[in-house]
Ligand binder design. Sequence first.
Ligand code: NAD
Ligand code: ZN
Length: 342
Amino acid sequence: MKALVKTSAGPGFTLQDVPVPVIRDDEVLIRVHRAGVCGTDVHIHEWDAWAAGRCRPPFTVGHEFAGEVSQVGSLVADVSVGDRVTAEGHIVCGRCHLCRTGNSHICPNTKIIGVDRDGCFAEYIAMPATNVWHLDDDISFEVGGIHDPMGNAFHTALHGTSIPGATVLITGCGPIGIFAVGICRAAGASRIIASDVNPRRLELAKTMGAHDAVRPTEVESAVRAATEGLGVDVVLEMSGIPAAVHQAFALVRSGGRVQLLGIPAKSMDIELATEIIFKGITVYGVVGRRMYDTWIQMTQFLRSGQFDPRPVITHRLPLEKHAEAIAAIKSGEAGKVVFEIG
Ligand code: NAD
Ligand code: ZN
């Protein structure tokens, strides 16, 4: 089969012929139809310090996908050939303290497809049946293929927050931030202020329902105006840029909540006393998607029709155009980039 492979330690991807994966008894084989491209794939492509420290080539890249089940292992009971599915790409142990207390999204034994084992930028992928998520008949493979980053946005926006009626600041309008705008809108936020340095992405945030889509220099006055100087109830930090993290702490109201999704490239200073403690705020670190409450919530929002992620998809490309896909993401001009595989 055709697969996009990280062949060796160093920059680049190679499209090559590899054997179709052989499944274990508890796994299923999925024919991949659509696959989302993510910032993580760019890190692996560029072979930055994180990728060099974590990944062990050769392996097939990609972790966001949807497709059709083509084979099931002998121990698999609730997935059948022909099922339309996506999957949670974090494969957890199911046995550790965290897995056994409903926190498998932070299982220390997590293996990620396309990072720690073969991924989905290929015609077929093997997945443990426990990770498979069925798609409703009216959800396209394209939308199925972006459930992973949408799930990040659902997790960040809705876990431990109270969005109905809330004022929300979303710093960073990458694909996940833009999804979050639509989710907060569907969940009944009274005011959504979204910030980014990139005008194209601010436009997408507007399309998804942001009341204000502003540059970082305009955020403070937008928040003051919308909240009579109080600060917002909730901040979703989705950029990983230190200046935006400080803005999150500065502009959340006392007693409010800051959800941190964005990952800073290196360590940064935070003035704990003034930025967090004396404001009495709650800070939540987001990792992936909660298994499987985030997935249930996401499916129900999609079913309701109140949240439609499709405007976020800006690029659709065949695997052969992988260089174009990576370039589109690096340019900062793209929303979500999707490979059309089979
Ligand atoms: P992204 O990294 O492209 O989005 C970041 C956006 O922030 C960009 O549009 C950029 O222009 C914008 N930005 C830059 N400076 C800013 C500033 N000062 N104020 C506001 N915005 C600014 O794309 P993404 O895929 O949406 O990822 C968002 C973040 O989430 C990244 O840091 C990524 O590494 C992280 N991430 C975390 C998890 C997790 O599980 N915690 C999962 C996926 C991604
Ligand atoms: Zn575990």
